[in-house]
Every structure is written in C-alpha cells, then in structure tokens.
Design a binder for this molecule. Structure first.
Ligand code: PEP
Length: 248
C-alpha cells in the first residue's frame, strides 16, 4: 500500500512569520495518515527545518542544480538542500521549465542529482492547454515521463506529480475522468518500466487543488496525494486537503 502525500509548494512566497504555520499543521491519526511536506523558498529552508521539529511536517526544496558545486551563480545544489535538513526536492516544475528553459534531459539530471544527495525527487510533468485541446495529453505525459525519469526510480526515491500547466494557479481542474485516465497511464508506464517499484512510486495530482475539490480528486485509485501551490499558503486551506487525503 502506498502512503499518501500532501505536498505544499510555496513558490516565491513566504517569510519567517509564515513558518508558524508549520507548527499548526496537524497529521490526522489512523492508518491512512498522509506524509506532509512543505517546500518553502530556499532562503527559508534552514529555519523551516527548525520550525518543523517535533511536528509531522517534512521540508523540501523547490529546485536543485544538476551539479554538486561550481560556478553557477544563484543556484543551489541538492547536497546544499540536504544539508539544511530537508528531505525532498521538486524537480521539473512547469514554472522552471518555462521560466528557465529546463528540458527533459536537464530535469533527468536534476533527479539524478537529488538521488545522489539522498533526497526524495518529486518529478513534475504536465501538458499545456494546446496539448490538452489537441488530444495529445497522454502522448506528451508518456514522453516527459520517459525522458525525465532516469533508470533506478523506486518508491522511496521518487514521487511523480502530474500537473496540467493550464490548471496551475487558474482555478481550473481537469475532470475526474481526465485525472483518472492520465494517472492510470502513468501507473501502467511506471509498472512496465520498474515492475514492483513502479507500483510503489506515488503519483500526486497538482493544479488548483482546493478544500472544495480535494475529496473528489482523491477518490481516484492512482492519485496518491496532491502537490498544492496557492492553497498551501494558509493553514485553513491546506489542512482540509490533508484531512481529505486521510479520509480517502
Ligand atoms: C503548483 O504550482 O505546483 C500548483 C499546483 O499550484 P496551484 O495549486 O496554485 O495550482
């Protein structure tokens, strides 16, 4: 059985005062208690790790460089993220792919860098609106998965986050049937490539997840949690999503 995961991506938001939220988040009891992960900006990682001590919240980075060190002004390596006490890192988020021109092969190298630093890699993939309208979603997602995910993925080193680009920050969400179709395809590909480990890799849905739509999304068998942007900025929004996951 896969343990569910509620992951929050603060993006370029948040300050030290917001770290109080990490103490307020509650892990629901019971067998179905989800893992909880918050990914603040890299400047807050150290403080976030300290603030989440004795809480169920784990901390992750939002991106890492492919290299361990070197002349890469403004970047941080996976080992630097690990050294803060963080346990995971997002890679290949569509905002990184769009704003920084990251390709599937860049993203693949970042996954390897994350693994090399003993970080859980949360690999983001997703189609554009034009690709969705052109009925190309499954082909695009399969190609991204193949090209961005290195050999050696396991249930403990990798999480996949399916995030339709057109659903991020827009309030628009695919139909449940569309989410099911895409997640089932991702699961089939993971199992075909990684056998039992492919069955153990968690697949998150991301894109305008809110307290009002979370429970329905979590009914899908191959949705193992959510990657949440905007709604992760307030305890009042992310806590009901965590609770819905526990109840799913
Ligand atoms: C995201 O950027 O990963 C995301 C899912 O954002 P939002 O929840 O705001 O759509």
């Amino acid at each position: 059985m896969r343990r569910t995961l509620a992951a929050g991506n603060w993006k370029m938001n948040g300050d030290a005062a917001m770290l109080d939220a990490l103490q307020q988040l509650q892990a629901p009891g019971g067998d179905n208690a989800p893992d909880i992960l918050i990914c603040p900006p890299s400047t807050l990682l150290l403080q976030a790790v300290a603030a989440s001590e004795n809480s169920p919240v784990r901390i992750g980075g939002q991106d890492c460089h492919t290299a361990a060190s070197g002349a890469h002004t403004g970047d941080v390596s996976a080992a630097m993220i690990k050294a803060t006490g963080a346990s995971a890192v997002l890679v290949g988020h569509s905002e990184r792919r769009a704003d920084h021109g990251e390709t599937n092969s860049d993203v693949r190298a970042k996954v390897e860098a994350a693994w090399g630093a003993d970080l859980l890699a949360i690999l983001c993939i997703g189609e554009s609106e034009a690709e969705r309208m052109g009925d190309d979603t499954l082909d695009i997602i399969a190609a991204q998965l193949e090209a961005s995910l290195p050999d050696g993925a396991t249930g403990t080193n990798t999480v996949i986050a399916y995030e339709p680009i057109w659903a991020i920050g827009t309030g628009r969400v695919p139909t449940l049937e569309q989410i099911v179709e895409t997640h089932d395809m991702i699961r089939a590909r993971l199992e075909a490539r990684f056998a039992t480990q492919g069955a153990a890799i968690r697949i998150l849905y991301g894109g305008s997840v809110k307290p009002s739509n979370a429970a329905e999304i979590f009914t899908a068998e191959n949705v193992d949690g959510a990657l949440v942007g905007g709604a992760s900025l307030k305890v009042a929004d992310i806590q009901p999503i965590i609770d819905a996951l526990a109840a799913s």
